[in-house]
Ligand binder design. Structure first.
Ligand SMILES: Nc1nc2c(c(=O)[nH]1)N[C@H]1C(S)=C(S)[C@@H](COP(=O)(O)O)O[C@H]1N2
Ligand SMILES: [Mo]
Length: 506
């Protein structure tokens, strides 16, 4: 291949690689742009209105795309010139031009909205990557001069493959990061609708006096997270839609604005994972804000044959629960969690919450569709994988403090934890230490029969080794079963048991 063509390819690859590196860096922060977009923004700022109108008229709504493409073509044309300089052994000239280009991009970026000195980073990285690639080609050129072995077509193909592949990967990754950053920003700016009636402010939380006890409300940042997604879906409310269809007389589609203009209500509800083993922490309590699910389903007018509501998420997950579960309980499409828009990890912009059912059969995050169907026709994601089709949350109680295996100081020790049985509520929690009789624990406030209750007892141990057990009775008077069972297929049973050592001095 002759010098000219070879050089053109060097230049093109260097600039493509450089631009891709810039895109990736630009994606790291909302408002950062690659050099080409920043230059385009400045052109738009300075072009006279008449030309703008002409461009929009001639190229339609795609005037921006056209502009970016034009700049790209100019830059690529310059890149072939740069590459030829490298092939001619004039590496310094080539590098100087790249630095000048990245300076132009960087200066343009300084005028982008909300820019600061860090807005230069995408252009700097673009320039650095392009120079790196050019220098590699320059070395190869020098080597072929000395050895007399020319860079073959195959070598060039290989280089093009590597740089092209890396550029596509970097741009793709940049897109994902950018989408993530923009949905995160969008979420922060959402003004949640106000419920007709706010729930009472949470009562004083005993957890503050008992270190280690779970707080009444689990902070969003500490809330357990379970899902099958490798990368969290980042869904903009501008494009999100919910469809209710299947065995219904009146299928219905709602935008985020339509959904959230309906009456909303607050619900205190403890959700739990079926995989939560005895004593485990795949459970949390939140104040949810949402739209009544029974109202929406009634509007869609289910056929008499339908017996299951299947929720689908944007990432292919599904969870089905009985239509009959809408028995007046406060099932909702949740849009808010503990006073904020639903966090992205917990299903932004909307998810299902059905009090009393394990997450895998009900709590579809990133919800996009509700289908009325039949249990004998459709199965949710986890059902063919060995889990029960119907799965109400079992009564569980947990000792939060002391922890299993802990050493405590003789004297006064609090034994405390939480117990839950949504939607039955908790009426009693008992603790047994060693072989002594069961003691009834003090119960914390009951927010609702859908939430957990904190419990605690004071204990004055003398030094020694102790076995401590807890058991709860639900609001219907049923004691939780003693016999341990596995989490599969429909949730663990058994009394949480820990072993603790008490010592006079720690
Ligand atoms: N889209 C989607 N929704 C999902 C899941 C999932 O894998 N994908 N997992 C479910 C399970 S098994 C549980 S326990 C709850 C957990 O909700 P959280 O992550 O908000 O605590 O979400 C449910 N919703
Ligand atoms: Mo789960």
């Amino acid at each position: 291949m002759n010098k000219k063509s070879r050089g053109s390819i060097y230049g093109l690859l260097a600039i493509i690689g450089g631009l891709a590196a810039g895109q990736l860096v630009a994606a790291l922060k909302n408002g950062w742009h690659g050099p080409v977009v920043s230059i385009g923004n400045r052109v738009i700022d300075h072009v006279p209105a008449a030309i703008k109108t002409f461009a929009i008229g001639t190229f339609g709504v795609n005037d921006k795309t056209f502009l970016v493409l034009t700049i790209l073509i100019v830059v690529l044309a310059i890149s072939t010139f740069i590459g030829r300089k490298v092939a001619q052994g004039k590496e310094k000239i080539a590098i100087t031009i790249v630095i000048a280009l990245s300076a132009v991009g960087g200066s343009a970026a300084l005028f982008d909205a909300n820019s600061n000195v860090f807005s230069l980073l995408p252009s700097i990285f673009s320039g650095a990557a392009a120079i790196g690639i050019l220098r590699w080609f320059a070395d190869r050129e020098e080597y072929s001069q000395i050895s007399g072995v020319d860079l073959t077509r195959r070598d060039l193909f290989k280089a093009a493959g590597i740089i092209g592949g890396a550029s596509i990967a970097a741009t793709g990754l940049g897109r994902i990061l950018h989408q993530r950053a923009s949905v995160a920003v969008e979420r922060l700016h959402i003004a949640l609708p106000k419920p007709l009636k706010f729930l009472a402010k949470a009562p004083k939380d005993p957890a503050r006096n008992i270190p280690g006890l779970s707080p009444l409300f689990t902070p969003n940042a500490d809330f357990y997270r379970i899902d099958t997604s490798l990368s969290t879906p980042n869904i903009s409310v501008d494009t999100w839609k919910l469809t209710i269809d299947g065995m219904v007389a009146k299928p219905l589609t709602l935008t985020y604005a339509e959904l959230t203009s309906r009456p909303v209500f607050e619900l205190d509800d403890t959700i739990a994972c079926v995989s939560n083993d005895v004593g485990g922490n795949l459970v949390g309590n939140a104040r949810w804000l949402g739209i009544r699910l029974d109202d929406l389903i009634r509007e869609a007018a289910p056929n008499s044959g339908a017996d299951q509501i299947m929720g689908y998420s944007s990432d292919g997950f599904s969870a089905g629960f009985p239509l009959a579960a809408l028995d007046g309980r406060d099932a909702m499409i949740a849009i808010g969690m503990n006073g904020e828009a639903l966090p992205v990890d917990h299903g932004f912009p909307a998810r299902v919450i059905v009090p009393g059912l394990y997450g895998y059969v009900s709590a579809t995050k990133w919800l996009t569709r509700l289908e009325l169907t039949r249990f004998d026709q459709k199965q949710g994601y986890w059902i063919p994988r060995g889990w029960s089709a119907q799965a109400p949350i079992k009564t569980q109680s947990r000792i939060d403090t002391p922890t299993d295996g802990a050493t405590v100081k003789s004297g006064t020790v609090a034994i405390a934890g939480v117990a839950w049985a949504p939607t039955r509520g908790i009426s009693k929690v008992e603790v047994q230490i060693g072989d002594t009789p069961w003691r009834q624990a003090t119960l914390g406030p009951e927010l609702a029969n859908t939430t957990w209750r904190q419990w605690w007892i004071d204990w004055s141990p003398i030094s020694g080794n102790y076995k401590i057990m807890v058991r709860a009775t639900d609001g219907k008077g049923d004691l939780q079963p003693m016999q341990r069972t596995a989490v599969e297929p429909n949730g663990a049973e058994g009394w949480h048991t820990i072993f603790v050592k008490a010592k006079d001095r720690l």
